[in-house]
Design a binder for this molecule. Structure first.
Ligand SMILES: [Zn+2]
Ligand SMILES: [Zn+2]
Length: 144
């Protein structure tokens, strides 16, 4: 049994200083789960009496994303959504209610799909699946 790596260690391994703000932002993303906007992260921090400015939260999220610790969930137009993710994955977006859920990446790799015809290098591929989620379809909708 190995204990989970402390956030401080993960930050330092990624070349970032383990500042209180970064640790608090990671903790908030972990606790909230799912896909959160910077505003939602700010609100969560404020609820924990960790009052930091919105700009500070933005900077921390930016640093964490660049370092590869936090993933930006590409879910189409709207505010940028961040998440604490162990594995590369894609997203399903409900066009009716806007719910976002994770779709496992079959290759478990940021470059899971070849991009024919692209001249240059591809860093990552995020696919957005769009459709109607099961709660919007409603119970029994398939049989009616
Ligand atoms: Zn829905
Ligand atoms: Zn996700």
């Amino acid at each position: 049994m190995t204990a989970p790596t402390p956030v401080e260690t993960q930050l330092r391994d990624a070349g970032l200083k383990a500042t209180r703000t970064r640790i608090a932002v990671v903790a908030a993303l972990r606790d909230l789960g799912g896909h959160q906007t910077a505003d939602e992260v700010s609100t969560a921090l404020a609820a924990n009496d960790a009052v930091v400015s919105r700009a500070t939260v933005f900077n921390a999220l930016d640093d964490l994303t660049r370092a590869g610790l936090v993933m930006v969930a590409d879910a189409g137009p709207g505010a940028t959504r961040y998440e604490w993710a162990d594995r590369w994955h894609h997203h399903f977006v409900c066009t009716s209610c806007g719910a976002i859920s994770d779709v496992a990446c079959p290759e478990d790799s940021p470059r899971c799909v070849d991009a024919p015809g692209v001249e240059g290098t591809v860093d990552d591929v995020q696919v957005i699946f769009r459709g109607t989620c099961s709660s919007c379809i409603g119970p029994g909708a398939e049989t009616t």
